[in-house]
Design a protein around this ligand. Structure first.
Ligand SMILES: Cc1ncc(COP(=O)(O)O)c(C=O)c1O
Length: 447
């Protein structure tokens, strides 16, 4: 961690024995360092380290703790279920599972009514991709070049925002198109993003690459790990038309955007499209590993007839279902879509005010409580401020705010800001104040 001159360094917790044992026994599972703090407990919007420091968690854990940490609704669901109905033979059904499937379906537009309950996001996308292949009888999967869909086989084959290197060939039939990026458009007309021309060009390339086996397009409605990139209005509907023309399915991965985070129950509602298959994960479990695939009766029926198999150890687990049910009920009972919209407006207004004062903020983007800040060295050239991004997040952490950089091919200029939906006005204001100080400290730091 970079130490920013003039800032308190108490964030670096000094339990040497802990770190020695961690270094000796833990596998490092990403290219980056572990956060230099021992987290002892978590509650609401805060995590607390071994020095007693309260750190505002504006990543919602790993974008999952939708209701904050250790929310009573989740604690109650886990405690209730673990003591009475925990895990079952994969072919046994329970009431929480059917209640969840029916309740989730009520939150979704037709024809999304059939639910498969799983554990993680990568797994849900794996199941969705298999479904699309079986349904269409084809195998080619198209995705955006800044996508993130997980680390399992088919999900990682459709993931382009992080390194694919070192593991040999991915599944044959993966095709990529450029991610629409209104801040850095590839195609412009009169200075405006000509996303339709970009999309037409992209599908022309898809058609040239395809061997005639296009099964599905998989997309996040707002690309999160790819840089908080929101496709322009009309784009997703146009993308779906491209899919329909080719009899491909549209899979939307709402791991991060689903369940009220963006101010709508589902981000696709903003774009007036309905996917053929929807995957939910992170937010569905609000901190507990739960995911789901939702599709139509027609797709489910044909897949079933063709022998669809995705019976994992934890498929349909009552504990997972009880948690997801508690999450969905809490969101509905408390109109959390409206809350996310309102709190998102407050956060965004604060970020725009910071942009007015800090030259380094080139762009503020996102929806609801999923916001991104792109840092640049020069607003006209839009040169990514890579080192600066790391200095800002390090300074934030030292000042008691955790937010993260989305790691993009070595670049570290985009901050992702996604607090729990239960975040208070004061917590938002405190976080903005810390970010303001961190931007100033990182700007003034000796180079
Ligand atoms: C959009 C999206 N899909 C899928 C995944 C994978 O989820 P998991 O890590 O639970 O497998 C992630 C994780 O970051 C994600 O952001």
């Amino acid at each position: 961690m970079t130490t920013v001159a003039g800032l308190d360094e108490t964030a670096v917790a000094g339990d040497e024995e802990f770190w020695t044992r961690a270094r000796r026994h833990l596998v490092r599972y990403s290219g980056t360092e572990f956060t230099p703090a021992i987290i002892e407990r978590a509650a609401g919007t805060y995590v607390y380290d071994s020095t007693g420091r309260a750190i505002l968690d504006f990543t919602s854990g790993q974008m999952s703790a939708l209701l904050g940490h250790c929310h009573p609704a989740i604690v109650g669901a886990v405690q209730g279920s673990i003591a009475t109905l925990d895990h079952l033979f994969s072919w046994m059904l329970s009431r929480p599972l059917v209640d969840l499937a029916a309740t989730l379906a009520e939150t979704l537009p037709d024809p999304l009514s059939k639910v498969l309950l799983l554990s993680t996001g990568g797994e849900a996308n794996e199941a969705a991709i298999k479904m699309a292949k079986l349904y269409t009888g084809r195998y080619e999967i198209v995705a955006f070049d800044r996508s993130y869909h997980g680390v399992t086989h088919a999900s990682s084959a459709a993931t382009y925002s992080v390194s694919r290197g070192g593991y040999g060939p991915v599944i044959p039939g993966n095709i990529v198109i450029p991610t629409p990026n209104p801040y850095r458009p590839l195609f412009t007309v009169d200075g405006r993003h000509d996303w339709q021309a970009e999309l037409d060009f992209a599908f022309d390339i898809v058609d040239r690459q395809s061997v005639g086996s296009l099964a599905a397009f998989i997309a996040e409605p707002i690309l999160s790990t790819g840089g908080i990139l929101e496709p322009p209005p009309g784009y997703l509907a146009a993308l779906q038309r491209k899919c329909r023309q080719r009899e491909m399915l549209l899979i939307l991965d709402e791991a991060q955007t689903g369940l009220c985070r963006t101010g709508d129950w589902y981000a696709f509602q903003h774009d007036d499209v309905v996917p053929d298959i929807l995957t939910l994960s992170k937010t569905l479990g609000a901190g507990i590993p739960v995911s789901a695939v939702v599709t139509s009766e027609r797709i489910e029926q044909r897949c079933h007839e063709r022998g669809y198999f995705f019976a994992t150890t934890h498929v349909s687990d009552p504990l997972a279902a009880a948690v997801a049910l508690a999450v969905v009920r809490f969101l509905a009972d408390n109109a959390m879509d409206e809350v996310a919209r309102r709190q998102g407006d407050r956060l965004r207004a604060g970020l725009l005010a910071l942009q007015a004062r800090h030259e380094a903020i080139g762009d503020v983007r996102g929806r609801g409580l999923l916001q991104g800040v792109e840092l640049v060295t020069d607003r006209t050239a839009k040169t990514p401020a890579d080192e600066f991004g790391r200095a800002v997040t390090d300074a934030c952490f030292q000042l008691g705010l955790h937010l993260n950089i989305v790691q993009l091919r070595g670049s570290s200029s985009i901050l992702r800001i996604a607090p729990p939906l239960t975040v208070t006005d004061t917590e938002i204001d405190d976080a903005l104040h810390i970010l303001d100080r961190a931007l100033t400290a990182a700007t003034d730091r000796p180079r």
